[in-house]
Design a protein. Sequence first.
Length: 99
Amino acid sequence: MKINIQSVHFSMKSNLKKYIDKRLSKLSLYYNRIISIDLYLKLDNLSSQTNKFVELRVNIPGEDVAVGKKSESFEKSLDMATSTAERMLKRRKGKAQIS
């Protein structure tokens, strides 16, 4: 599984990179046919408190899973996005097993 990370309007620190790798590697437990994961970290409106936006796109055979979340920290946004992606991947896996 390949992970592509892009940070927009800021430079990413190494501890955030480690956290991202740890969190995204767990997605393969829920769906074993993941081709790649694209992650976009964007710093939106600087005057707002909830300005950290995370877009997560999981590339799987068929349709991709895409989730976008915004909160006051990238870690919290990533947690919300990955938990939503986990639910979606479990649902896809269940549908694939039924067919």
